[in-house]
Design a protein around this ligand. Structure first.
Ligand code: ZN
Length: 447
């Protein structure tokens, strides 16, 4: 079923949602929860038919969980998005971060603002689709859940608690779709067609706290080997010693899928992996930071701390290392690698918030076929490929109750637009947004 969409109303609804600064902070006290309440009230007002037809509950204080009752409850779907956003002041923005300015004419119109791409855009697309389908009298064949998280950007508890709730009710989703890959161009050598990358797994994530402790004192009589220097040596050693490289099966499937569309001689290289796989792996590790992250666990030293004063010796030198775990590895293996690389028992290592890599969802079967066909119909001429997401999303929690978790944001994004995620000048083209509405309307109409 393809009901009509009131396009200008859809755009106005998105703008209304972007104007509400639902910024989540790591410390809950820093978060203005009244904005989140306002956001939920606004949704009820902007999508009244959805509000009337779907059951809804609030989980973990602010995460919204809707249930659209289907003819059957046996093969439910969960459509996910999050409504918290990363903080933004107006510094460096061409248009204010929370004004939702509509700029330009006709097909070139753009909605500016924090959250347009990440992730209120998807949320608005889902609600617009459901609103239109409810208005047209559509009842889904199976239950459809909408799960809209409130603390995705802070790796918070909302999505995990939704999973607890569903698990307790014995619900096993036949499809879970969350933000993730997008429709992109020019990301793969030799391929000029647009590519839709659908995340079938995501890397694990955790941080390490490395600490060197030492007797403090006056900086005028320093020891030969200060705690800060000892820590620095450990970090340099770690930085020199890369994690092992490998192509996981999803990498190989992506290379084969995209390689079949590459120009020669690259096509030959990408489709004869029995011969080219080893040199290709070396090439991926060197080609760019992105291809390197695709083939191994990575580490980034993100925070450093030393003495309390400029003229005091540090009693404690501390570094935080953020680690993203390849899906064929584990938190344990990564920690062992770090210990080996550092070679210094005086450096203590503490593991913070470990999350293992996600299991891989299949690229065959009903759920995958449905996502793939919907992308191909919405974006004709686009190649659909699985990939491993390098970042983390709320959907990782859902792998506990579903084998069919996919990560895809139905938006065409240029490299420059992708660079605005979590940065300044985040914005979405109106044409891009409306295609996203069409994607979710088509998908939800088939559920
Ligand atoms: Zn997001």
């Amino acid at each position: 079923m393809q009901p009509a969409i009131d396009e200008s109303r859809a755009v106005e609804n998105l703008r209304a949602l972007v104007r509400i600064p639902t910024v989540s902070h790591l410390n809950d006290e820093g978060t203005d929860w009244s904005q989140f309440a306002l956001f939920r009230e606004t949704i009820a007002r902007l999508y009244p038919k959805t509000h009337a037809a779907l059951e809804q509950e609030i989980v973990d204080g602010h995460t919204m969980l809707f249930r659209w009752a289907g003819a059957s409850a046996t093969e439910p779907t969960v459509l996910m998005a999050h409504y918290d956003v990363v903080a933004a002041d107006d510094q460096g923005w061409d248009h204010p971060a929370f004004a939702a300015n509509l700029v330009g004419e006709g097909a070139e119109q753009v909605v500016w603002g924090r959250g347009t791409l990440d992730d209120k855009g998807s949320l608005a697309c889902i609600l617009e689709a459901v609103e239109a389908l409810v208005a047209a009298g559509h009842t889904p064949a199976n239950d459809v859940y909408l799960s809209f998280g409130h603390n995705e950007e802070t790796a918070g508890s909302g999505a995990g608690m939704v999973v607890d709730v569903l698990e307790e009710r014995g619900i096993r989703p036949a499809l879970v779709l969350d933000e993730g890959g997008a429709v992109v161009e020019g990301i793969f050598p030799g391929v000029s067609k647009p590519i839709a990358v659908v995340g079938v797994s995501e890397k694990g994530i955790f941080s390490l706290r490395l600490v060197v402790e030492q007797q403090g004192g006056h900086a005028s009589t320093p020891p030969k080997f200060a705690a800060t220097v000892r820590l620095a040596r450990a970090l340099v050693r770690l930085n020199r010693q890369g994690f092992r490289t490998s192509f996981v099966p999803t990498n190989l499937e992506m290379i084969r899928t995209l390689g079949a569309h590459a120009r020669q001689p690259l096509r030959w290289v990408f489709t004869n992996l029995w011969l080219t796989r080893v040199p290709l792996l070396g090439l991926f590790a060197r080609l760019s930071d992105e291809t390197n992250a695709m083939v191994r666990t990575t580490q980034a030293v993100t925070q450093l701390r030393g003495a309390q004063a400029a003229n005091a010796l540090p009693e404690r030198a501390e570094a935080i290392v953020n680690i993203r775990v390849a899906i064929d590895s584990s938190v344990d293996e990564a920690v062992r690698h770090v210990r080996r690389a550092i070679r210094d028992d005086a450096v203590t290592i503490e593991v913070l918030h470990p999350t293992e890599p996600s299991p891989v969802s299949p690229t065959t079967g009903r759920a995958w076929d449905l996502v793939k066909a919907t992308i191909e119909e919405t974006y004709p001429g686009t190649i659909v490929t699985p990939y491993v997401m390098l970042g983390a999303s709320d959907s990782r929690h859902f792998t506990r109750i579903s084998d069919f978790v996919y990560r895809f944001s139905p938006f065409e994004m240029s490299r420059e637009e992708r660079g605005t995620l979590h940065a300044k000048n985040e914005r979405i083209r109106v044409a891009t947004f409306l295609k996203g509405v069409a994607f979710y309307t088509r998908l939800a109409g088939l559920l």
